[in-house]
Design a protein around this ligand. Structure first.
Ligand code: NAP
Length: 239
């Protein structure tokens, strides 16, 4: 039975992934700060779901909780680094700038490092990081968010290069969602192509199982990514 740990499994994409992975026969470990939701999921999902209350900002504690979850599950084959926050819709960018960097960048790097070390020792493994289409360009309405996602995508690419050149059997999948229904986008205006969570996550899980390096969910966002990459900076600077 494959073992998948999902960091940020209490709502949205992470919760849906936990449910779909269990249905597909995985043993799943879920984490998040909202322990009541984890307890509720345990009641619903049963023996193949394990959990730890975890705040990724408390980096040392987060690392030791990850390792104790791995131990409880009897190993780890895949880790999905999904925990993330954004400044919209309710709060200003400035008040949340540092918080976004702490969760989306520092928390990510801490657990990525822990998982990488674990998989190096094990000899194989799969790290999935949930980035965003927003990481492909700067956005005035979400500067720290878009920059945090650019950071993790570049970081994962660098580690993928390292694995390729050193011959490590570690897959690194960069997931780039467009808009997906979740608490994160509740109340936000001007969104388009908002995907049902279930559908987006189904595509994501398929890409994980195919060990893809890049996963655009839903698929049509690959086209948008391609257009963004072709757009000159002088146009993006005026968006
Ligand atoms: N929805 C979209 O349109 C969209 C688009 C592009 C990318 N994404 C990315 O997808 C990922 C999942 O987001 P979502 O849309 O599913 O939103 P969500 O429902 O708000 O889920 C966010 C998850 O991150 C966890 N989390 C947040 N802060 C944390 C912390 N300090 N420590 C531990 N866990 C923390 C939350 O758990 P707790 O609150 O229980 O801690 C929750 O499980 C994020 O990385 C997001 O940036 C989403």
């Amino acid at each position: 039975m494959k073992k998948m740990i999902i960091i940020g499994a209490t709502s949205g994409i992470g919760e849906s992934l936990a449910r779909q992975a269990i249905r597909k026969g995985y043993k799943v470990g879920g984490t998040g700060r909202r322990v009541q939701r984890l307890e509720q999921m345990k009641d619903e999902l049963g023996e193949h779901f394990h959990y730890r209350e975890m705040d990724v900002v408390k980096k040392m504690k987060a690392s030791s909780k990850l390792l104790s979850l791995v131990e409880e599950m009897g190993g780890m084959d895949i880790i999905v680094l999904n925990a993330g926050i954004s400044n919209y819709p309710a709060s200003s960018i400035i008040s949340m700038e540092q918080e976004i960097i702490d969760v989306n960048v520092s928390g990510f790097v801490q657990l990525f490092g822990e998982a990488f070390q674990y998989f190096r020792q094990q000899g194989h493994g799969h790290i999935v990081g949930v980035s965003s289409i927003a990481g492909l360009f700067g956005s005035s309405r979400a500067a720290p968010y878009s920059a945090s996602k650019a950071f993790i995508s570049t970081y994962m690419q660098a580690y993928r290069q390292r694995c390729n050149s050193a011959g490590y059997d570690i897959t690194i999948t960069d997931v780039k969602p467009g808009f997906v229904k979740s608490e994160m986008i509740e109340g936000k205006k001007g969104l388009f192509w908002v995907a049902e969570t279930e559908k987006a996550v189904r595509q994501m899980l398929t890409d994980i199982e195919k060990k893809k390096s890049y996963s655009y969910i839903t698929r049509r966002w690959r086209f948008v990514a391609w257009l963004i990459k072709l757009t000159p900076n002088w146009v993006i600077d005026r968006l």
